[in-house]
Ligand binder design. Structure first.
Ligand code: FAD
Length: 385
Protein backbone atom coordinates (compact mmCIF):
# COMPACT_ATOMS: atom_id res chain seq x y z
CA UNK A 1 0.00 0.00 0.00
CA UNK A 2 1.22 3.51 -0.75
CA UNK A 3 1.59 5.54 2.44
CA UNK A 4 1.07 9.26 1.93
CA UNK A 5 1.44 10.24 5.58
CA UNK A 6 4.23 12.66 6.45
CA UNK A 7 6.40 11.81 9.45
CA UNK A 8 6.50 14.21 12.42
CA UNK A 9 10.18 14.93 11.83
CA UNK A 10 9.51 15.88 8.20
CA UNK A 11 6.60 18.07 9.30
CA UNK A 12 8.82 20.01 11.68
CA UNK A 13 11.43 20.34 8.93
CA UNK A 14 8.78 21.74 6.59
CA UNK A 15 7.86 24.28 9.29
CA UNK A 16 11.54 25.24 9.50
CA UNK A 17 11.70 25.65 5.72
CA UNK A 18 8.73 27.98 5.99
CA UNK A 19 10.43 30.04 8.71
CA UNK A 20 13.64 30.34 6.69
CA UNK A 21 11.73 31.24 3.51
CA UNK A 22 9.73 33.90 5.34
CA UNK A 23 13.02 35.46 6.48
CA UNK A 24 14.05 35.83 2.83
CA UNK A 25 10.68 37.18 1.75
CA UNK A 26 11.53 40.83 2.17
CA UNK A 27 14.07 40.51 -0.68
CA UNK A 28 11.76 38.82 -3.20
CA UNK A 29 10.30 41.92 -4.76
CA UNK A 30 13.63 43.75 -4.75
CA UNK A 31 15.42 41.14 -6.86
CA UNK A 32 12.38 40.78 -9.09
CA UNK A 33 12.58 44.50 -9.86
CA UNK A 34 16.40 44.70 -9.97
CA UNK A 35 17.16 41.88 -12.34
CA UNK A 36 20.57 43.30 -13.19
CA UNK A 37 21.74 42.69 -9.59
CA UNK A 38 22.73 39.28 -8.24
CA UNK A 39 21.33 38.44 -4.81
CA UNK A 40 24.25 37.91 -2.40
CA UNK A 41 25.41 34.36 -1.85
CA UNK A 42 24.64 34.87 1.82
CA UNK A 43 22.11 37.28 3.29
CA UNK A 44 22.50 38.71 6.82
CA UNK A 45 19.41 36.78 8.02
CA UNK A 46 21.30 33.52 7.38
CA UNK A 47 23.10 34.09 10.71
CA UNK A 48 19.79 33.76 12.56
CA UNK A 49 19.54 30.21 11.34
CA UNK A 50 23.17 29.19 11.83
CA UNK A 51 23.28 25.60 13.10
CA UNK A 52 19.51 25.31 12.66
CA UNK A 53 19.51 23.88 9.14
CA UNK A 54 16.80 21.68 7.81
CA UNK A 55 18.68 18.40 7.45
CA UNK A 56 17.97 16.06 10.34
CA UNK A 57 20.96 14.84 12.28
CA UNK A 58 22.49 11.81 10.59
CA UNK A 59 19.62 11.52 8.14
CA UNK A 60 20.11 11.89 4.41
CA UNK A 61 17.39 13.91 2.73
CA UNK A 62 15.40 11.90 0.22
CA UNK A 63 14.09 13.26 -3.09
CA UNK A 64 10.63 13.13 -1.50
CA UNK A 65 11.76 15.24 1.49
CA UNK A 66 13.28 17.72 -0.93
CA UNK A 67 10.09 17.95 -2.99
CA UNK A 68 8.03 18.60 0.17
CA UNK A 69 10.47 21.34 1.19
CA UNK A 70 10.39 22.91 -2.29
CA UNK A 71 6.55 23.02 -2.27
CA UNK A 72 6.73 24.99 0.96
CA UNK A 73 9.67 27.19 -0.01
CA UNK A 74 8.26 28.33 -3.31
CA UNK A 75 4.75 28.80 -1.87
CA UNK A 76 6.35 31.43 0.42
CA UNK A 77 8.86 32.59 -2.22
CA UNK A 78 11.64 34.04 -0.06
CA UNK A 79 15.06 34.56 -1.65
CA UNK A 80 17.44 31.81 -0.40
CA UNK A 81 19.35 33.08 2.64
CA UNK A 82 22.42 31.29 1.40
CA UNK A 83 22.94 29.89 -2.07
CA UNK A 84 23.17 26.12 -2.35
CA UNK A 85 26.29 24.42 -3.59
CA UNK A 86 24.44 22.38 -6.19
CA UNK A 87 23.09 23.31 -9.58
CA UNK A 88 21.50 21.17 -12.25
CA UNK A 89 24.89 20.07 -13.64
CA UNK A 90 25.65 18.44 -10.28
CA UNK A 91 22.88 15.94 -10.98
CA UNK A 92 24.69 14.97 -14.20
CA UNK A 93 27.91 14.61 -12.22
CA UNK A 94 26.04 12.31 -9.79
CA UNK A 95 24.50 10.28 -12.62
CA UNK A 96 27.49 9.99 -14.96
CA UNK A 97 30.68 10.91 -13.11
CA UNK A 98 33.37 8.35 -12.35
CA UNK A 99 34.18 7.91 -8.64
CA UNK A 100 37.31 10.05 -9.18
CA UNK A 101 35.34 12.83 -10.86
CA UNK A 102 32.77 12.84 -8.06
CA UNK A 103 35.55 12.94 -5.48
CA UNK A 104 37.27 15.88 -7.21
CA UNK A 105 34.30 18.01 -8.25
CA UNK A 106 31.24 17.33 -6.07
CA UNK A 107 32.02 20.23 -3.72
CA UNK A 108 31.64 22.67 -6.66
CA UNK A 109 28.43 23.86 -8.33
CA UNK A 110 27.85 23.29 -12.05
CA UNK A 111 25.31 24.87 -14.33
CA UNK A 112 23.80 22.61 -17.01
CA UNK A 113 24.63 23.94 -20.47
CA UNK A 114 22.69 22.10 -23.17
CA UNK A 115 20.49 24.66 -24.95
CA UNK A 116 21.93 26.64 -27.88
CA UNK A 117 20.52 29.32 -30.18
CA UNK A 118 19.44 26.63 -32.69
CA UNK A 119 18.95 23.76 -30.27
CA UNK A 120 16.20 23.57 -27.66
CA UNK A 121 13.69 20.72 -27.70
CA UNK A 122 15.53 19.01 -30.54
CA UNK A 123 18.85 18.24 -28.90
CA UNK A 124 20.13 16.41 -31.98
CA UNK A 125 20.57 19.90 -33.50
CA UNK A 126 23.35 20.65 -30.99
CA UNK A 127 26.35 22.40 -32.65
CA UNK A 128 28.92 22.83 -29.87
CA UNK A 129 31.90 20.65 -30.66
CA UNK A 130 34.57 18.94 -28.59
CA UNK A 131 37.69 17.79 -30.44
CA UNK A 132 40.40 15.72 -28.88
CA UNK A 133 43.84 17.33 -29.25
CA UNK A 134 46.41 15.25 -27.42
CA UNK A 135 45.36 15.14 -23.80
CA UNK A 136 42.82 17.92 -24.05
CA UNK A 137 39.31 18.43 -25.40
CA UNK A 138 38.91 21.67 -27.30
CA UNK A 139 35.38 23.07 -26.98
CA UNK A 140 33.81 25.57 -29.35
CA UNK A 141 30.22 26.81 -29.27
CA UNK A 142 27.60 28.96 -27.65
CA UNK A 143 25.08 28.05 -24.96
CA UNK A 144 22.03 30.01 -23.87
CA UNK A 145 19.66 29.94 -20.91
CA UNK A 146 22.10 28.27 -18.52
CA UNK A 147 20.40 28.55 -15.10
CA UNK A 148 22.87 29.64 -12.45
CA UNK A 149 25.35 30.29 -15.26
CA UNK A 150 26.90 33.34 -13.60
CA UNK A 151 27.08 32.18 -10.01
CA UNK A 152 28.17 28.57 -10.52
CA UNK A 153 31.75 27.32 -10.21
CA UNK A 154 31.63 25.73 -13.64
CA UNK A 155 29.44 24.14 -16.27
CA UNK A 156 28.48 20.71 -17.50
CA UNK A 157 28.72 21.48 -21.20
CA UNK A 158 27.03 19.19 -23.72
CA UNK A 159 29.03 18.95 -26.94
CA UNK A 160 29.29 16.58 -29.87
CA UNK A 161 32.47 14.69 -30.53
CA UNK A 162 31.18 13.66 -33.99
CA UNK A 163 28.64 15.83 -35.76
CA UNK A 164 27.59 13.02 -38.10
CA UNK A 165 26.72 10.60 -35.34
CA UNK A 166 23.63 12.31 -33.84
CA UNK A 167 22.72 12.03 -30.16
CA UNK A 168 25.10 9.12 -29.54
CA UNK A 169 28.06 11.49 -29.93
CA UNK A 170 26.73 14.14 -27.51
CA UNK A 171 28.83 14.06 -24.36
CA UNK A 172 28.99 16.10 -21.15
CA UNK A 173 32.21 17.92 -20.21
CA UNK A 174 33.05 19.48 -16.87
CA UNK A 175 34.42 22.96 -17.49
CA UNK A 176 35.63 25.04 -14.55
CA UNK A 177 34.82 28.74 -14.44
CA UNK A 178 38.41 29.99 -14.76
CA UNK A 179 39.24 27.83 -17.82
CA UNK A 180 40.62 30.10 -20.60
CA UNK A 181 38.12 30.31 -23.47
CA UNK A 182 35.06 30.01 -21.17
CA UNK A 183 33.17 33.28 -20.80
CA UNK A 184 29.74 34.60 -19.90
CA UNK A 185 28.31 36.47 -22.90
CA UNK A 186 25.29 37.97 -21.15
CA UNK A 187 22.71 37.61 -18.41
CA UNK A 188 19.27 36.89 -19.83
CA UNK A 189 16.45 39.35 -19.09
CA UNK A 190 13.29 37.43 -18.32
CA UNK A 191 9.54 37.65 -17.74
CA UNK A 192 9.85 35.78 -14.43
CA UNK A 193 12.30 34.07 -12.06
CA UNK A 194 14.37 37.23 -12.34
CA UNK A 195 16.31 36.58 -9.14
CA UNK A 196 17.80 33.52 -10.82
CA UNK A 197 20.88 34.20 -12.95
CA UNK A 198 20.29 32.72 -16.39
CA UNK A 199 23.22 33.22 -18.73
CA UNK A 200 24.51 32.83 -22.26
CA UNK A 201 27.95 31.18 -22.27
CA UNK A 202 30.67 31.13 -24.90
CA UNK A 203 33.31 28.44 -25.39
CA UNK A 204 36.05 29.56 -27.71
CA UNK A 205 38.95 27.14 -28.13
CA UNK A 206 38.32 26.23 -24.52
CA UNK A 207 40.80 23.51 -23.58
CA UNK A 208 39.59 21.00 -21.03
CA UNK A 209 41.70 18.14 -19.61
CA UNK A 210 40.85 14.82 -21.24
CA UNK A 211 39.71 13.32 -17.94
CA UNK A 212 36.95 15.94 -17.61
CA UNK A 213 34.71 14.14 -20.07
CA UNK A 214 32.05 13.01 -17.59
CA UNK A 215 32.04 9.25 -17.23
CA UNK A 216 35.16 9.01 -19.39
CA UNK A 217 33.48 7.14 -22.26
CA UNK A 218 35.00 8.40 -25.51
CA UNK A 219 33.26 5.79 -27.67
CA UNK A 220 30.43 6.72 -30.03
CA UNK A 221 27.98 3.87 -29.84
CA UNK A 222 26.15 3.28 -33.14
CA UNK A 223 23.13 2.04 -31.20
CA UNK A 224 21.27 3.80 -28.40
CA UNK A 225 21.65 7.36 -27.23
CA UNK A 226 25.15 7.08 -25.75
CA UNK A 227 26.24 9.97 -23.49
CA UNK A 228 22.86 11.56 -23.94
CA UNK A 229 21.48 8.95 -21.55
CA UNK A 230 23.14 11.00 -18.78
CA UNK A 231 20.98 13.97 -19.73
CA UNK A 232 17.91 11.78 -19.30
CA UNK A 233 19.17 10.56 -15.91
CA UNK A 234 19.62 14.21 -14.92
CA UNK A 235 16.09 15.14 -15.98
CA UNK A 236 14.59 12.20 -14.08
CA UNK A 237 16.02 13.76 -10.91
CA UNK A 238 15.39 17.41 -11.71
CA UNK A 239 11.97 17.38 -13.39
CA UNK A 240 10.17 16.52 -10.12
CA UNK A 241 12.13 19.36 -8.43
CA UNK A 242 11.20 22.05 -10.96
CA UNK A 243 7.65 20.71 -10.93
CA UNK A 244 7.58 21.25 -7.17
CA UNK A 245 8.73 24.85 -7.65
CA UNK A 246 5.86 25.62 -10.04
CA UNK A 247 3.31 23.83 -7.85
CA UNK A 248 4.62 25.81 -4.86
CA UNK A 249 3.88 29.09 -6.64
CA UNK A 250 0.38 27.85 -7.46
CA UNK A 251 -0.06 26.93 -3.79
CA UNK A 252 1.09 30.43 -2.78
CA UNK A 253 -1.59 31.92 -5.05
CA UNK A 254 -4.26 29.63 -3.62
CA UNK A 255 -3.35 30.44 -0.01
CA UNK A 256 -3.33 34.17 -0.73
CA UNK A 257 -6.70 33.96 -2.45
CA UNK A 258 -8.25 32.10 0.46
CA UNK A 259 -6.88 34.61 2.96
CA UNK A 260 -8.30 37.50 0.96
CA UNK A 261 -11.72 35.86 0.76
CA UNK A 262 -11.62 35.07 4.47
CA UNK A 263 -11.07 38.77 5.16
CA UNK A 264 -14.41 39.30 3.39
CA UNK A 265 -15.99 36.62 5.57
CA UNK A 266 -16.00 34.00 2.80
CA UNK A 267 -14.72 30.56 3.82
CA UNK A 268 -14.23 27.70 1.41
CA UNK A 269 -16.49 24.95 2.67
CA UNK A 270 -16.06 21.49 1.26
CA UNK A 271 -19.14 19.91 2.80
CA UNK A 272 -22.18 21.44 1.14
CA UNK A 273 -23.02 20.69 -2.45
CA UNK A 274 -22.27 22.87 -5.44
CA UNK A 275 -25.70 24.51 -5.30
CA UNK A 276 -24.80 26.33 -2.07
CA UNK A 277 -21.33 27.51 -3.10
CA UNK A 278 -20.39 30.76 -4.78
CA UNK A 279 -18.52 30.61 -8.10
CA UNK A 280 -15.33 31.73 -6.33
CA UNK A 281 -15.61 29.00 -3.69
CA UNK A 282 -16.21 26.39 -6.37
CA UNK A 283 -13.21 27.60 -8.35
CA UNK A 284 -10.97 27.42 -5.28
CA UNK A 285 -12.06 23.86 -4.54
CA UNK A 286 -11.23 22.87 -8.10
CA UNK A 287 -7.84 24.58 -7.80
CA UNK A 288 -7.14 22.73 -4.54
CA UNK A 289 -7.89 19.42 -6.26
CA UNK A 290 -5.64 20.26 -9.22
CA UNK A 291 -2.76 21.22 -6.93
CA UNK A 292 -3.22 18.05 -4.89
CA UNK A 293 -3.18 15.89 -8.02
CA UNK A 294 -0.06 17.60 -9.36
CA UNK A 295 1.70 17.33 -5.97
CA UNK A 296 0.92 13.62 -5.75
CA UNK A 297 2.34 13.07 -9.23
CA UNK A 298 5.59 14.69 -8.06
CA UNK A 299 5.68 12.51 -4.95
CA UNK A 300 5.10 9.40 -7.09
CA UNK A 301 8.15 10.29 -9.19
CA UNK A 302 10.35 11.03 -6.16
CA UNK A 303 9.21 7.93 -4.28
CA UNK A 304 10.29 5.78 -7.22
CA UNK A 305 13.63 7.61 -7.37
CA UNK A 306 14.14 7.13 -3.62
CA UNK A 307 13.62 3.40 -3.96
CA UNK A 308 16.02 3.19 -6.91
CA UNK A 309 13.33 2.39 -9.48
CA UNK A 310 13.04 3.88 -12.99
CA UNK A 311 10.92 7.02 -12.98
CA UNK A 312 11.31 8.65 -16.40
CA UNK A 313 7.61 8.20 -17.24
CA UNK A 314 6.50 9.52 -13.86
CA UNK A 315 8.99 12.43 -14.02
CA UNK A 316 7.51 13.44 -17.38
CA UNK A 317 3.95 13.05 -16.09
CA UNK A 318 4.56 15.25 -13.06
CA UNK A 319 6.36 17.86 -15.17
CA UNK A 320 3.51 17.96 -17.67
CA UNK A 321 0.91 18.21 -14.91
CA UNK A 322 2.87 20.84 -12.94
CA UNK A 323 3.43 22.90 -16.09
CA UNK A 324 -0.30 23.05 -16.62
CA UNK A 325 -1.05 23.89 -12.97
CA UNK A 326 1.61 26.56 -12.92
CA UNK A 327 0.12 28.19 -16.02
CA UNK A 328 -3.53 28.02 -15.05
CA UNK A 329 -3.75 28.37 -11.26
CA UNK A 330 -2.20 31.86 -10.92
CA UNK A 331 -4.43 32.95 -13.82
CA UNK A 332 -7.56 31.61 -12.14
CA UNK A 333 -6.58 33.13 -8.77
CA UNK A 334 -6.05 36.46 -10.48
CA UNK A 335 -9.55 36.25 -11.87
CA UNK A 336 -10.97 35.78 -8.38
CA UNK A 337 -8.84 38.55 -6.87
CA UNK A 338 -9.42 41.16 -9.55
CA UNK A 339 -7.18 44.22 -9.31
CA UNK A 340 -5.35 43.16 -6.15
CA UNK A 341 -4.08 40.16 -8.09
CA UNK A 342 -2.28 42.46 -10.49
CA UNK A 343 -0.99 44.82 -7.80
CA UNK A 344 2.72 44.74 -7.06
CA UNK A 345 1.82 45.08 -3.41
CA UNK A 346 1.25 41.33 -3.41
CA UNK A 347 3.13 38.44 -4.98
CA UNK A 348 0.37 36.85 -7.08
CA UNK A 349 1.33 38.73 -10.25
CA UNK A 350 4.96 37.73 -9.65
CA UNK A 351 4.03 34.08 -9.19
CA UNK A 352 2.04 34.22 -12.41
CA UNK A 353 5.23 35.32 -14.20
CA UNK A 354 7.60 33.07 -12.21
CA UNK A 355 5.51 29.94 -12.63
CA UNK A 356 5.31 30.26 -16.42
CA UNK A 357 8.76 28.72 -16.88
CA UNK A 358 7.60 25.40 -15.37
CA UNK A 359 6.10 24.41 -18.70
CA UNK A 360 9.19 25.41 -20.70
CA UNK A 361 12.54 24.49 -19.12
CA UNK A 362 13.82 20.93 -18.74
CA UNK A 363 11.56 19.94 -21.62
CA UNK A 364 8.37 21.75 -22.62
CA UNK A 365 4.88 20.44 -21.92
CA UNK A 366 4.57 19.23 -25.51
CA UNK A 367 7.83 17.29 -25.23
CA UNK A 368 6.71 15.77 -21.90
CA UNK A 369 3.53 14.53 -23.56
CA UNK A 370 5.59 13.02 -26.37
CA UNK A 371 7.74 11.18 -23.82
CA UNK A 372 4.64 9.94 -21.99
CA UNK A 373 2.98 8.78 -25.23
CA UNK A 374 6.16 6.99 -26.39
CA UNK A 375 6.50 5.12 -23.12
CA UNK A 376 2.85 4.16 -22.79
CA UNK A 377 2.41 3.18 -26.44
CA UNK A 378 5.86 1.66 -26.88
CA UNK A 379 7.16 3.93 -29.66
CA UNK A 380 10.78 4.95 -30.09
CA UNK A 381 11.79 8.61 -30.38
CA UNK A 382 12.32 8.01 -34.11
CA UNK A 383 8.80 6.66 -34.54
CA UNK A 384 7.04 9.39 -32.52
CA UNK A 385 8.70 12.81 -32.80
C1 FAD B 1 14.51 30.70 -17.64
C2 FAD B 1 15.06 29.54 -18.42
C3 FAD B 1 15.98 28.70 -17.83
C4 FAD B 1 16.54 27.65 -18.57
N1 FAD B 1 17.52 26.87 -18.00
C5 FAD B 1 18.20 26.01 -18.78
C6 FAD B 1 19.38 25.34 -18.28
O1 FAD B 1 19.76 25.51 -17.11
N2 FAD B 1 20.10 24.57 -19.13
C7 FAD B 1 19.70 24.37 -20.43
O2 FAD B 1 20.41 23.67 -21.16
N3 FAD B 1 18.58 24.96 -20.93
C8 FAD B 1 17.83 25.78 -20.14
N4 FAD B 1 16.72 26.42 -20.64
C9 FAD B 1 16.31 26.16 -22.02
C10 FAD B 1 15.02 25.35 -22.10
O3 FAD B 1 15.24 24.03 -21.68
C11 FAD B 1 14.49 25.47 -23.54
O4 FAD B 1 14.01 26.79 -23.69
C12 FAD B 1 13.41 24.45 -23.82
O5 FAD B 1 13.98 23.17 -23.91
C13 FAD B 1 12.67 24.74 -25.15
O6 FAD B 1 13.56 24.95 -26.20
P1 FAD B 1 13.38 26.22 -27.16
O7 FAD B 1 13.27 27.41 -26.27
O8 FAD B 1 14.47 26.21 -28.16
O9 FAD B 1 11.98 26.02 -27.86
P2 FAD B 1 11.69 25.10 -29.13
O10 FAD B 1 12.31 23.77 -28.98
O11 FAD B 1 12.02 25.88 -30.35
O12 FAD B 1 10.13 24.93 -29.01
C14 FAD B 1 9.19 25.95 -29.39
C15 FAD B 1 7.80 25.38 -29.23
O13 FAD B 1 7.62 24.25 -30.10
C16 FAD B 1 7.21 23.11 -29.34
N5 FAD B 1 7.82 21.91 -29.90
C17 FAD B 1 9.13 21.71 -30.20
N6 FAD B 1 9.33 20.47 -30.69
C18 FAD B 1 8.12 19.87 -30.68
C19 FAD B 1 7.67 18.56 -31.06
N7 FAD B 1 8.50 17.62 -31.52
N8 FAD B 1 6.34 18.28 -30.92
C20 FAD B 1 5.47 19.21 -30.44
N9 FAD B 1 5.85 20.46 -30.07
C21 FAD B 1 7.15 20.78 -30.19
C22 FAD B 1 7.72 23.38 -27.94
O14 FAD B 1 6.96 22.66 -26.99
C23 FAD B 1 7.51 24.88 -27.82
O15 FAD B 1 6.19 25.15 -27.49
C24 FAD B 1 16.11 27.43 -19.91
C25 FAD B 1 15.15 28.26 -20.49
C26 FAD B 1 14.63 29.31 -19.77
C27 FAD B 1 13.62 30.22 -20.45
Amino acid sequence: MIDFSIEDETRSQIAKVREISEAGLKYSRYYDEHEEELAPNRLPEADDFRGRGVAGRGRRLTATDEALFIFERSSVDGIPLSQGRRDMGNHTLDAMGTPEQKERFSHLSFTFAMTEPGCGSDTSALRTTAELHGDEWVLNGEKIFASGGIRSDGAVVWATIDRDAGRAAIKPFLVLRDTPGFSVASKEKKLGIRAQDTAALIFSNCRVPRDQLLGGNEEVSRTGSGGYRGAMATFNKTRPRVSAVGIGHALGCLRFCKEELEKEGIEVEHGPGMHSRSAAQQMLIEIEADIEAASLSVLRATTLADSGQPNSLEAAICKSKAGEIARTVPQRCLEILGGSGLSREHLVEKWLRDARITDIYEGTGEIMRLIIARQILGYSSEELR
